[in-house]
Structures are given as structure tokens and as C-alpha cells.
Design a protein around this ligand. Structure first.
Ligand SMILES: Nc1ncnc2c1ncn2[C@@H]1O[C@H](COP(=O)(O)OP(=O)(O)OP(=O)(O)O)[C@@H](O)[C@H]1O
Length: 254
């Protein structure tokens, strides 16, 4: 699914949080959104997920204005894993993931074995099958994060939006979740703080003060100048002799 933002503005109390943001994420692409704290990444993701309507500009889903789409159609097409996702206190992990099937259920289309299989697969994909009967409040931060991701996967969306998905994860799960989402044949937009992880995206966009100031392949965008001016760090780019890939080495804050 192709997801686009056209000249999006968003203001709160006269303070402009998004300023004329235009962006197209192609079908099947893994797109990383990076930028310092407060630069507008979450706000933009919420617009792309249809949770907020832009004050000016529009969001397009396969060329169709999102504002003309029905809510259930948006819910079936786009899954969003937020940074501070809801607590699901009285639910077991499996029940929480099963919520991802909600947009597909109706009196004419009740819960089926197929839904069960999709939920099991999603739990498997995030390495949470063995904890599927655990109550939400007994899960660790990283386990909860993986349940949220599984719920989004169970939705079988055509676009998956993730706000700092690796935040609470240990290094093994960071790598496995990123590998997993990158392999998905769907459109993925990730807000990321780890610029090393951003290096693995197909393209990245840089947010600064509510504006999308650069967009392109990671190596082209993450220049030493960009790291200095937008992220206020002094870094070096080092080529890994083993596979030729670029490693970021952060030296110090400016
Ligand atoms: N409802 C709101 N009212 C006022 N200010 C808001 C509101 N929502 C967000 N902001 C402000 O808008 C700016 C952008 O916030 P946003 O959460 O989109 O940034 P971000 O790039 O995702 O940041 P982070 O990396 O810290 O998660 C911040 O300065 C934030 O304080």
C-alpha cells in the first residue's frame, strides 16, 4: 500500500508541530523516521495512522484521500504500535493479540480457526508463544512491547506504523523484530532513535522542528554534517571491512 502525506500542517495552541510535511512511502518499503526528541515523528505517525486529521493538507492511501475512507476500512488497512500503548490489565497475552482481529469480525464473520492460527503465528513471530497465557500486568516492558507488535501483526495490515518499536527490547529482540518487519511484504514506517537501526531502512526521513528536512537512502542522508547540525553529535562513519556496510561511531555531544 502506498501511503502519502501532502503538505500536512498541525498546530496546537498556535504552536506548529508539523509544518508543510510531504512524503510518499511506497508499497513494500521500510521507511525510517528519525529526528531529535520533540521533532514531530509521533505526531506525523498519528496523522498517517488516521488518528488525527491534519489542519491543512491530506493523507492519501493508494492515492485515495484518507478523509474519504470509512473508519473500519482504515482499521483493517493500517496498524499502529504507539510508544505509550494502552495497558491491557485484565487480559492474557493471547487475548491482547486477538484484539488485532477485531476489525475483521462481525455477526456474519465470527471468530474462526483461521483467526486462531493468525494469532498463534503473530505470537510466534515475536517470540511470545510460550507466554501466551500470562496476564498482561505480569509481563516485562519488552514482553509487553512484543505483544503490542504481535497484535499489530495479527491485524494483517497493508501498512504497519511503529513508534520506537525497539525501545524496551534487549538486543536480540531488537534485531529479530527489525528483521521481521523488514521482511514483511507490506509498507512499514518506523520512528527510530537508534541511527544504526535507521541505516537498515530502505529510505529514511529526517524531522526537525516539525519539518521533514531530508529524505533518501540512509547513507545519503546520514552525513557527518547532518549528524552535527540536526542531532548535535560529533560522529565518524566507518566502513565495516567484513561486509562494506557503514557503522556510525558517536564521539561526543556538541
Ligand atoms: N497535544 C499536544 N499539545 C501540545 N504540544 C504537543 C502535543 N502533542 C505533541 N506536542 C509537542 O509537539 C512536539 C512534537 O512531538 P512528537 O511527540 O511528535 O515528537 P517526537 O519527534 O515523536 O519526539 P520523541 O522523540 O521525544 O518521541 C513536542 O515538542 C511535543 O511536546
Amino acid at each position: 500500500m502506498r501511503l502519502a502525506a501532502e503538505h500536512i500542517d498541525w498546530k496546537v495552541h498556535g504552536h506548529r508541530l508539523l509544518d508543510d510535511v510531504s512524503l510518499t512511502v511506497e508499497s513494500g518499503e521500510t521507511f525510517g523516521l528519525i529526528g531529535p526528541n520533540g521533532s514531530g515523528k509521533t505526531t506525523l505517525l498519528r496523522m498517517l495512522a488516521g488518528l488525527r486529521k491534519p489542519k491543512a493538507g491530506r493523507v492519501l492511501v493508494d492515492g485515495q484521500p484518507m478523509s474519504a475512507m470509512r473508519r473500519p476500512d482504515i482499521a483493517r488497512a493500517i496498524a499502529f504500535v504507539e510508544q505509550q500503548a494502552d495497558t491491557l490489565d485484565r487480559l492474557e497475552a493471547r487475548e491482547a493479540v486477538a484484539l488485532g482481529r477485531t476489525p475483521f469480525l462481525s455477526p456474519l464473520r465470527p471468530w474462526s480457526e483461521q483467526d486462531d492460527a493468525i494469532v498463534s503465528r503473530a505470537l510466534e513471530d515475536v517470540g511470545m508463544r510460550h507466554l501466551e497465557n500470562r496476564l498482561w500486568h505480569t509481563l516485562s516492558g519488552g514482553e509487553r512491547q512484543r505483544v503490542h507488535i504481535a497484535r499489530a501483526l495479527a491485524q494483517q495490515p497493508r501498512a504497519l506504523l511503529l513508534d520506537e518499536p525497539t525501545n524496551h527490547l534487549d538486543v536480540r529482540h531488537q534485531l529479530s523484530i527489525l528483521q521481521l518487519v523488514k521482511q514483511l511484504p507490506i509498507t512499514v514506517v518506523l520512528a527510530l532513535h537508534d541511527l544504526g537501526q535507521a541505516m537498515d531502512c530502505d529510505r529514511i526521513g529526517v524531522m526537525e522542528g516539525g519539518r521533514l528536512i531530508d529524505i533518501g537512502p540512509p547513507r545519503q542522508v546520514l552525513t557527518l554534517d547532518r549528524l552535527r547540525h540536526t542531532f548535535s553529535v560529533h560522529a565518524d562513519l566507518i566502513d565495516d571491512p567484513q561486509d562494506g556496510r557503514t557503522i556510525l561511531r558517536f564521539r561526543h555531544a556538541l
